[in-house]
Design a protein around this ligand. Structure first.
Ligand code: SF4
Length: 713
């Protein structure tokens, strides 16, 4: 690595949940230069194509530079007062439940904290949800059922130390590239290590695996329950499973009752029986096993059950909490975890607390707030549905583009058109969503704002500013605080810096929190409370929990690498819980009208709805236009030619795409990237087609399984 350059700051990549450290600087011509931070424990100097191109996406091109009200440029005072007055008017007339916030895993933890505090503690409604609902909500729900709290027990190093890595519903090579690079480097060092990919598609990750199981979409629970049965039959039950307790014994028997034998599972999953037996043999015979899961598991009407089916086999075999072992959820966004920590999901209050009377009193006292939300609020899909029905009248959308990304996205358009007040704070001027805003507020972008993010291994890292905000852009926490003060909540929002907000959050995690074994919570940042300016400026990446002592004494070190080591979880007995689940078919299945199944996902070089990566020429050359991958036999069946335009229709909408033959597609299934929006390619918002049915527990929509029809145009 070259020595550190003058002016370089340590910051964190704003894209995926790997959370790579970046060294960034501006040169005298205002060009931004980035390289991987060799000291950051997530990436040790590596960057993927998106991270390496960050400098190409940070200019003024497309930026929202000034506040606007009804399309007209205005000053901050007018914009903030318009928002505050509008929210107060709706609350006075229709009550707090008529207001909704839709926030984002792109926000920093401090932004998230302030938005959540305003909504749940001052407005008094929990109708604040985040686009993490589309990403990780099923993992959150599964973690709470198994571990008593939303926690990831392992760390990235476990993938390197495992002898078997199972990637299920994860195209890691494209979606978490630097973590995949670490895995490949470990494979090169230890050729005996095996990688199994469970994915309906032959992705780039699957193509490089030792074994690929192209299962029938939605059949994951059958596959994992079958493995559970096989492990019991071959006496792989770990001593800590404690079948002597009535509940554990009952759960174990219920899972066995649901599980088929391997041949029945192969049939249910449409898999080659020999390949399935081989996977079961490898799993049964490999002590150090990590099972990585991501959106292919989460984005399902049975996502929470799928997560628990995976975790169950690790609990059964005792493979968690130790080096090279564990279920491992990789988050999609740079700060999906940080948002979950401060209560960004409508069903959590703050600091991993819920809506029990004790938690509500604890948080309200700490905030000294006039009220507190009484119950969980509406989840994302439900929130926009309520707006379309006129029950939610004011929406504030921060750093996200739901007109592209939510399922049934044309309903989102109708919802925004019906709202009396739509506020959008964003760093980009023209997105599919900003067009519906009555008030637009320019937010500071990556490189212009400071705070923290939490990555997939619970590692809190600093994002640091290295340039002044463009135009009149301001940090999101500042915008929210100003609106709160104008709404009459002056005392709770007199923040002067993100450090003050982080400090308040860190202290809240420690309030009445003696830790998991004592009836408390795992999320504990006590050691990070009370940082002075210098300690904040120099804060190194640290994995929570990091309960005291504070920085003034011993310092937090690197925090806690692994959880669930010898119990220590916030469950009744400190041990993880088996949760019986049974296989079900997806919520909407193909029929004569919509005979194919649509799957959506990421491409290698783009991020979310293209508002940033679309600015980079180098990133846009990888896949310059939206396309529809399909098997050549399906193309013949429907009279479609490779490279020609096709229309994909569902019960909710349609898109226009270019067909691409892919033999790695299962027959009967299409794959379309999630990124394109109407600003980049007309009629290519795949969200308009996507299935809005949700998991009944997590509320996560089924973005991987939409019945569709396809025709030539
Ligand atoms: Fe950024 Fe993710 Fe790439 Fe790392 S792997 S550089 S966090 S996009």
């Amino acid at each position: 690595q070259p020595p550190r350059q003058p002016g370089e700051v340590h910051t964190t990549c704003p894209y995926c949940g790997v959370g790579c450290g970046v060294l960034a600087r501006m040169d005298k011509d205002n060009r931004v230069h980035v390289r991987g931070d060799p000291e950051h424990p997530a990436n040790f100097g590596r960057l993927c194509s998106k991270g390496a191109a960050l400098g190409e996406t940070t200019g003024l091109n497309g930026r929202l530079l000034h506040p606007r009200v009804h399309g007209q440029r205005t000053d901050w005072d007018t914009a903030l007062a318009t928002v505050a007055d509008g929210l107060n008017r709706v609350i006075r007339r229709d009550g707090p439940e008529a207001v909704g916030f839709y926030v984002s895993g792109q926000l920093l933890t401090e932004d998230y904290y302030v938005a959540n505090k305003l909504m749940k503690g001052y407005i008094g409604s929990a109708n604040i949800d985040t686009n993490s609902r589309l990403c990780m909500a099923s993992s959150v729900a599964g973690h709470i059922r198994a571990f008593g709290e939303d926690l990831v027990p392992g760390c990235y190093e476990d993938l390197e130390r495992a002898d078997l890595v199972v990637l299920t519903g994860s195209n890691l090579a494209w979606c978490h590239p630097v973590l995949y690079q670490r895995l490949e480097a470990a494979r090169a060092r230890r050729p005996g290590m095996r990688v199994v990919v469970i994915d309906p598609r032959e992705t780039e990750t699957a193509a490089q695996a030792d074994l690929h199981l192209p299962l029938r979409p939605g059949s994951d629970v059958a596959l994992w329950n079958g493995l559970f049965r096989r492990l019991v039959e071959t006496d792989q039950i770990h001593r800590d499973i404690r079948p002597e307790t009535e509940a554990a014994d009952s759960n174990l028997k219920r899972i066995l009752h649901e599980a088929g034998d391997a041949d029945a599972v192969a049939s249910a999953c449409d898999l080659n029986p020999r390949a399935l037996h081989l996977f079961y043999d490898w799993f049964a015979g490999t002590e150090r096993t990590v099972s990585v899961y991501s959106q292919g598991v989460n984005q399902s009407s049975q996502g929470t059950d799928k997560v628990n089916a995976i975790i169950n086999v690790h609990i059964l075999t005792g493979r968690l909490g130790r080096p090279g072992c564990g279920p491992f959820s990789v988050t999609g966004q740079p700060n999906a975890m940080g948002g979950r920590e401060v209560g960004g999901l409508s069903n959590q209050l703050a600091a991993h607390m819920g809506f029990s009377q004790g938690d509500r009193i604890r948080v309200q006292r700490y905030w000294d707030s006039p009220r507190i939300a009484r119950q969980p609020g509406m989840k994302a899909v439900e929130l926009f549905r309520a707006a379309a029905q006129g029950r939610v009248k004011a929406l504030w959308i921060m750093a996200t583009n739901p007109v592209v990304s939510l399922p049934d996205a044309d309903l989102v358009k109708r919802a925004l058109a019906r709202c009396e007040l739509v506020v959008v704070s964003d760093c980009i001027a023209n997105t599919d969503t900003t067009g519906y805003a009555h008030v637009l507020m320019p937010a500071a972008a990556w490189g212009e704002k400071s705070g923290t993010v939490t990555n997939s291994e619970r590692c809190i890292s600093r994002q640091r500013a290295f340039r002044t905000p463009a135009g009149e852009a301001r940090p999101d926490w500042w915008i929210i605080s100003q609106v709160a003060r104008l709404m009459g909540f002056d005392r709770g929002f007199a923040y002067g810096s993100p450090r003050e907000i982080f400090d308040e959050h860190a202290r809240l995690t420690a309030v009445h929190n003696p830790g998991p074994g004592m009836g408390g919570r795992t999320l504990h940042l006590g050691a990070l409370a009370g940082m002075n300016a210098k300690q904040w400026d120099t804060l190194q990446p640290v994995q929570w929990p990091c309960p005291g002592p504070g920085l003034d004494t011993a310092g937090p070190g690197r925090g806690t690498q692994r959880l669930a080591t010898n119990g220590g979880l916030p469950t009744e007995d400190g041990h993880p819980r088996l949760h019986p689940v049974c296989a079900e078919t997806p919520g909407n299945t193909p029929d004569a009208r919509f005979p194919l199944v649509l799957n959506t996902g990421r491409t290698r070089d783009h991020w979310h709805t293209l508002t940033r990566t679309g600015l980079s020429v180098s990133l846009s050359t990888h896949q310059p236009e939206p396309r529809c991958d399909l098997h050549p036999e399906d193309a013949t069946r429907f009279g479609l030619a490779d490279g020609h335009l096709v229309r994909v229709r569902s019960a909710w909408g349609s898109v226009l795409l270019r067909a691409r033959y892919q033999t790695g597609q299962r027959r009967g299934e299409l794959f379309v990237p999630m990124h394109w929006n109407d600003c980049y390619a007309a009629q290519a918002r795949i969200g308009a087609v996507a299935n809005p049915i949700t998991d009944p527990i997590s509320g996560q929509p089924e973005l991987k399984h939409t019945p569709v029809a396809v025709e030539a145009v």
